[in-house]
Design a protein around this ligand. Sequence first.
Ligand code: MG
Length: 403
Amino acid sequence: MSSKRTVSIFGVTGSVGTSACDVILNAPGRFEVQTVTAGRNVEKLAQAARTLSAKQAVIADEALLEPLKSKLAGTGIEAMGGRQALIEAAAQPADILLAAIVGFEGLRPILSALENGVNVAIANKEPLVAAGHLVKEAAKKGGAKLIPVDSEHNAIFQVLEQHNRSAVEKVILTASGGPFLNWTYEQMAKATPEQAVAHPNWSMGPKISVDSATMMNKALEIIEAAVLFDLKPEQIEVLIHPQSVVHSLVAYKDGSQLAQLGESDMRVPIAHALAWPDRLEKGGRTLDLASVSTLSFSRPDFDKFPALVYADECLKRGAAACIALNAANETAVQAFLERRIGFMDILGAVSHALADERCNPAAKTPKTVEEIEKLDQTVRALTEEYIAARQTHGQHRKAVSPS
Ligand code: MG
């Protein structure tokens, strides 16, 4: 990178956002921070804005704008609040915007950035799952690039030969298998939020950690890969790889398979995406394969982890099913973290939503943002009904608080 790159971080207080701060601080003189945003965590947002010398900080919850202003008083950092401010901030000129908001609500800022020609380093997978065609259309319209940050997709991006796209046979997404890889179904049915968020390799936020435990994370990643790399469902394979060293592979028709390897440290794909097509100096350790010693691979157990089957089905059924899969899952994961339902009820809720006639191939395919948001809301409501029916009444236990 010859000159300083201007970067905005949307979702700076989450796990990916925090790692991105590390990457930027570890590369002095390489980046200039335009905007940092958060949902509700004013304290951490103000701290990130100060540490990174950002020009602007936006809090999504407008009610928290005053506390943000007072925390940034005298710094010269502009404070803004509300969802509209988030969308406007995303449209401002920057070389790259890191989309690290959790969930479907990251969609509008991503569209806003892309339509205005801002390249997006995308860690926020839910908008790709629920509105992949809109995200790609926005990128095309604005002449902007989408650079994958999710470790698997970043790995594929690194080894996918753009000039040889027709020579690609398939991609192989690796999966750690999550904390319940070797648990029985009966054990999983009794799993608590604390057990579900304790991932063996990766340190992540609560939503994606629960998704890893159900393997819904891999299911979302299958759809994410289909969107990002224009792949057919049969071109995407999942292999269990508990060491999380090989982050994914591309298999070419000539028999070669290319992989990207690294420590299970999100700073590696974040640094790659922010600096691409250049590379930065690493902040963490060098992967030492001799100390890893063994790399193992196996096929997933589709009976224990039906989310993988749902992903395949949704890709074949189309947009409405993908929206339903994501909306039902986001709603059910939140209910599980709040101890309103059991672990296996998450998959029950998703299966219930997918059976709804509004999510069937015969239903009208939602195309615009409004239509997609409407179906998303419908599925959230029907999932809440399912949850209410599953709930054990009279239990008031403490929820696992979001990061
Ligand atoms: Mg991933």
